[in-house]
Design a protein around this ligand. Structure first.
Ligand code: TPP
Length: 366
């Protein structure tokens, strides 16, 4: 296993940086170390993998430096556009650190990784990306080769990282969430107060927490990070039921562009809730940029009927007491504590993805 200290020392030796991307649990020790050592590692955390590619392109043109863009293989799909229509045609190099969840393919790891995990190497070939699968023995030489090739060709190259490559490192940085509310309590209260609503929850810790707090026939999304409010919009258009989209701060920011659409369409039966723990909890609790975002103000500016920020039990109780008269689209920005209970059940322990679709469709159409 490689220590984060050695890894970043090797990047420094090859003059590679900044280290920019969206987290994956397979590299949480690298991100934690980078977060704790801002003077040693130039680390930047945009909200979407394509934004990381864009930032890297800007950095290269401004400095000539060779950035490393990190992402989970789930996020590889998010970079195809800037990869092929920015970096590769404008001669803008970078090293892409792509993690490899579900490297053993179908039926291994969580279901959202099966299809992309099965074919990683084919994707690298298809997109003309020279790559190395990181090896314990010669990883530093691999990084040098990838850097040399990226610089010589002015095109991106890939360091593909499997599970267990990096030594653990525990982040020292303090919790940035200011709330006293616990997400599991909030979720239970929401589900108890809204027994007839159709709930959808985002990938991340939220679907697992919602399922554990109260197992109702919801659309528990395990992949497609950030798309829950868009799916909820499609439901709200076609049902009279109250549709509740449970979003995470990281997920909501990843596809915030759905909010102007929801505001424009004025779905009266849509309640969009952002449970904001100021972190990417499910990939290791890396801080997100949510503390500087006023989600309620964004929602109002996008045309939601109303929006509020909730940080206390009293505010939550008050919001829930008026929920039967709700006229949407409404956004509640609920700030919750960043708790990292990784021992809780996974939805996939009980339901397959098609089960989830079927159960939820029945609720929507009943
Ligand atoms: C496109 C994409 N990028 C990255 C990931 C890896 N990932 C899964 S959950 C998650 C964090 C989600 O954070 P947030 O929405 O704040 O929810 P939390 O886990 O804190 O509940 C990340 C980065 C992913 N699944 N898909």
């Amino acid at each position: 296993m490689v220590s984060p200290t050695d890894f970043f020392a090797a990047l420094k030796q090859q003059d590679i940086g900044p280290f920019v991307g969206v987290p994956c649990s397979l590299i949480n020790s690298l991100i934690a170390y980078a977060t704790d050592h801002p003077n040693e590692v130039d680390h930047v955390n945009p909200v979407h993998e394509s934004h990381a590619m864009a930032y890297a392109a800007g950095t290269y043109m401004a400095t000539g430096k060779l950035p490393m863009v990190y992402m989970q293989n789930s996020g590889f799909g998010n970079i195809i556009n800037p990869l092929t229509s920015l970096h590769q045609i404008y001669d803008i190099p970078a090293i892409l650190l792509v993690t490899w969840r579900a490297e053993k393919g179908y039926g291994t790891d969580a279901p959202e990784h099966w299809i992309v995990g099965r074919d990683m190497e084919k994707y690298f070939d298809t997109f003309c990306l020279p790559y190395r699968i990181m090896h314990d023995a010669d990883w530093a030489a691999q990084i040098k080769e990838l850097a040399d090739e990226a610089r010589a060709t002015k095109k991106p190259t890939v360091l593909c990282v499997k599970k267990g490559m990096f030594e653990p490192y525990t982040m020292q940085a303090k919790e940035t969430s200011v709330s006293v509310l616990e997400s599991m309590d909030v979720l239970r209260a929401l589900k108890d107060s809204l027994p007839n609503a159709a709930f959808l929850s985002t990938t991340g810790m939220l679907s697992r927490e919602s399922f554990t707090a109260k197992d109702t026939p919801d659309f528990y999304m395990m992949g497609s990070m950030g798309l829950i409010s868009g799916i909820a919009a499609g439901c709200a258009e076609h049902t009279k039921k109250l549709v509740v989209a449970l979003d995470g701060d990281g997920a909501a920011m990843m596809h915030m562009g759905q909010m102007p659409f929801i505001g424009n369409k004025k779905y009266k039966n849509l309640l969009h809730i952002v449970l904001d723990n100021a972190a990417y909890s499910s990939t290791g609790g890396q801080p997100s940029v949510a503390p500087t975002v006023d989600f309620a103000a964004v929602a109002r500016a996008c045309g939601y009927h109303s929006a509020e920020t909730i940080t206390t039990q009293q505010e939550l109780d008050a919001a829930l007491s008026g929920v039967s008269h709700l006229s949407g689209p409404v956004l509640w920005h609920i700030k919750v504590r960043a708790t990292h209970h990784h021992d809780i059940a996974r939805v996939s322990d009980k339901y397959t993805c098609p089960d989830v679709t079927q159960n939820f469709s029945q609720i929507l159409t009943s």
